[in-house]
Design a protein around this ligand. Structure first.
Ligand code: SF4
Ligand code: SF4
Length: 189
């Protein structure tokens, strides 16, 4: 019988401690922004915070950095009063059905074989996650979310690359990089 490393985490059960909504910063994609906006009607600037490389440990993902007039920044979900702005006083997400894909997959970090079998399962170590191992999770659901997270991230990063090329062209011709508002307009959000 093949032992899948981390298979025990299929028994992961979230206890609702809320720590993952208070502590780590969550990178957003344009698709996340569109979904939240459809629900809340808020402008993109209300849900986004821009962080530089000192504010988030993403040096191994240069594709996430957007060239803006203030420098290179990563687009993350805005925190207010010590947590995500959508975290309710009861530690529940107030936009649960519309939350970013990164929130949906958290804390699972799976990988799959070419023929679609679970190769290993890890938990993302980004916060003090107070989970129990007495739940049940469906591999097919984790796989679907993982694929969605990968595809929306890749699609966003392709847009960031295009934007960054445009900013490099501007700099070559002696102009300043554009603003975050211009970037939202470029994304159509
Ligand atoms: S959007 Fe909801 S699930 Fe995601 S960090 Fe905010 S409160 Fe938590
Ligand atoms: S940190 Fe872990 S246990 Fe706490 S709410 Fe998030 S996923 Fe659930």
């Amino acid at each position: 019988m093949v032992v899948v490393p981390g298979e025990k985490y299929l028994k992961f059960r979230c206890t609702g401690c809320g720590n993952c909504c208070k502590d780590p910063l969550l990178p957003l994609t344009d698709s996340d922004i569109r979904r939240i906006k459809r629900h809340t009607g808020e402008p993109s600037s209300a849900m986004v915070r821009w962080v530089d490389r000192n504010g988030i440990d993403m040096d191994d993902e240069p594709e996430a950095f957007v060239v803006l007039s203030q420098g290179k920044r990563v687009m993350v979900l805005r925190h207010e009063a010590g947590g995500c702005r959508y975290l309710g006083a009861d530690n529940r997400c107030t936009i649960y059905n519309h939350r970013p894909v990164g929130c949906r997959i958290f804390p699972f970090d799976p990988s799959f074989t070419d023929d679609g079998k679970l190769r290993r399962l890890k938990l993302i170590d980004a916060t003090d996650c107070k989970y129990e191992l007495n739940g049940e999770n469906d591999i097919a659901a984790i796989k679907e979310l993982h694929a969605k997270h990968a595809s929306t991230t890749l699609s966003y990063q392709a847009k960031v690359a295009k934007w960054n090329e445009r900013q490099a062209e501007r700099k070559k011709s002696g102009r300043k990089a554009q603003s975050a508002a211009d970037f939202f307009e470029f994304l159509g959000v």
